[in-house]
Design a protein around this ligand. Sequence first.
Ligand SMILES: Nc1nc(=O)c2c([nH]1)NC[C@@H]1CN(c3ccc(C(=O)N[C@@H](CCC(=O)O)C(=O)O)cc3)C=[N+]21
Ligand SMILES: [Mg+2]
Length: 286
Amino acid sequence: MAQVIDGKQLASQVLEDAAAEVEWLKHHFESVPGLAVVLVGDDAASQIYVRNKIKRAKEAGIASFEHYLEADTSQATLDALIQELNDDPGVHGILVQLPLPEHIDEARIISSILPEKDVDGFHPANVGALSQGRASLVPCTPQGCLIMLRHVHQDLSGKNAVIVGRSNIVGKPMAALLLQENCTVTIAHSRTRDIRKVCQEADILIAATGSPGLIQSDWIKPEATVIDVGINAIEVDGQRKLIGDVDFDGASQVAGAISPVPGGVGPMTIACLLLNTTRAAKNQLT
Ligand SMILES: Nc1nc(=O)c2c([nH]1)NC[C@@H]1CN(c3ccc(C(=O)N[C@@H](CCC(=O)O)C(=O)O)cc3)C=[N+]21
Ligand SMILES: [Mg+2]
């Protein structure tokens, strides 16, 4: 049986680090890190995530500023809100929950956030910095995955890492981070030929596809480390249930270590968001 990587436990350590940073900022600079969270529309899953983020922020001593907008909010109204938050010295981090409604130009909104307040790490300036290996605000989910991998492996150098999924939010930044760790990196996706065979070569397998249970035990190299980024809500007997992109029961018979869903990458993502907020606040000290 594989080692189960406890994301909740690891996340609580990261949250302690964030809380210590908050204390330091308060004590030495009388600065309280502030995080603005913007949610457009009333998607049920987004509401749960946003609620979790705000709850954890408060626990870490971070001030949160919540902005809930109607689904039919205009681009101009959202643009104006971002400007207001960019100009507000009490706001050090801005998170606009994605996805945004169809009529909103997502790329334009992301680009309008000041890069130093972009705690998601999605602004082109931060994406470029990561790609060039310069320190900046790193996207929260890949950052959390890397902490989990480092918890299992002292050294990632030379390992075969396969990332399944090529999104801007997970797959691409994850590849940049693992390349920086000297892994041999492959990004597989829906057009990859014989994807099962590609995955079988992975010492480290990152699943970020959005296809519930896609990755089965026979895709996994014995003793591999498997990180499941999938968060798929399904209904079982009228109850909401979360499952990952990996068939956990099967995979844990083959893998050396595996992260569960829930209680894996999700809590790590939130913890890294708050760590990024304290970093942003530190960088904004005048
Ligand atoms: N601008 C932006 N930044 C994001 O970081 C972002 C986003 N938009 N849009 C949506 C995705 C998804 N995401 C999750 C965060 C935490 C959990 C989480 O805490 N999951 C818990 C369970 C929560 C539940 O019950 O649903 C767990 O896995 O244990 C899940 C998903 C952040 N995202
Ligand atoms: Mg894909």
